[in-house]
Write a protein that binds this ligand. Structure first.
Ligand code: ADP
Ligand code: MG
Length: 231
């Protein structure tokens, strides 16, 4: 049993808290938020969604199934821009999902794309990293929900002071189809259309975030690290 309760999560999303794996600093463990159980999440949905089984509101289970399906049906290079998943572990906060923790070259946990854009703006380096991610999404026709800016992290090479370079963007949440048909079983042209929609959507989300910032709005609650010093 892995003890997480006494530790501080490095980040949180709407559904899960993320901890550095105490036995392997290259991995993270995601657990259900204790303040928002699966049952509460189901209750928060209106009719008819709240009729679905409890297991369908479990993000960890969902993500595990999606990752297993990607491993089975695509070549390994699909994970060049998707964090790898290592399966379930038992923790004192319930069942956790263990996955590749994305860190910059100096060991800091990588910022989400949302935090990166908020703090650095949409520089040239970031534009080409976003384009590389989009090309990958189209080449593999990766089945995914919308590429939300706090579900993408920016891995940087920071060894040259004052000139950090983005190595790659990595999607850490939201892969897989929301629908009943797994992505790889959809007809090819539908897979392609869907990937194209996701690519157009991330560009729109970036524009929206930049315009919120320009108008002096806040960045919202999610996608900012609690602290980045855990090495
Ligand atoms: N593998 C990872 N590497 C680096 N940061 C991560 C990783 N997974 C999650 N994070 C950070 O934690 C935040 C929340 O994680 P996420 O898996 O999206 O939780 P939720 O399921 O609640 O949305 C992300 O916005 C990101 O900043
Ligand atoms: Mg998320």
């Amino acid at each position: 049993m892995i003890a997480l309760k006494a530790l501080k999560p490095f980040a949180a999303g709407g559904n899960r808290w993320c901890y550095v794996d105490p036995s392997d600093s290259a991995r993270c463990i995601k657990v259900r938020r204790p303040d928002f159980s699966i049952a509460e999440r189901r209750r928060s949905k209106g009719f008819p969604k709240n009729l679905k089984p409890l297991s369908s509101f479990d993000d960890n289970l969902d993500e595990f199934n999606v990752m297993a399906s990607l491993e089975r049906h695509y070549d390994d290079n699909i994970f060049a821009h998707i964090s790898c998943c290592f399966g379930f572990v038992d923790t004192d906060m319930g069942r956790g999902l263990c996955s590749e923790l994305i860190r910059d070259s100096d060991g800091d946990v990588s910022l989400s794309l949302k935090q990166y854009l908020w703090e650095n703006g949409y520089d040239e380096d970031c534009r080409s990293a976003v384009n590389a991610l989009c090309e990958h999404w189209l080449a593999y026709r990766v089945p995914s929900r919308d590429l939300i800016l706090h579900n993408v992290v920016v891995q940087r090479e920071v060894s040259v002071p004052d000139a950090p370079k983005i190595q790659r963007l990595v999607v850490i949440d939201g892969v897989g189809s929301a629908g009943v048909i797994p992505g790889h079983l959809m007809p090819g042209f539908m897979q392609q259309k869907k990937a194209q929609r996701k690519v157009a959507n991330i560009h729109q989300r970036i524009e929206d975030l930049l315009s919120d910032k320009a108008q002096g709005k806040g960045p919202g609650m999610h996608g900012f690290l609690f602290h980045s010093g855990q090495k």
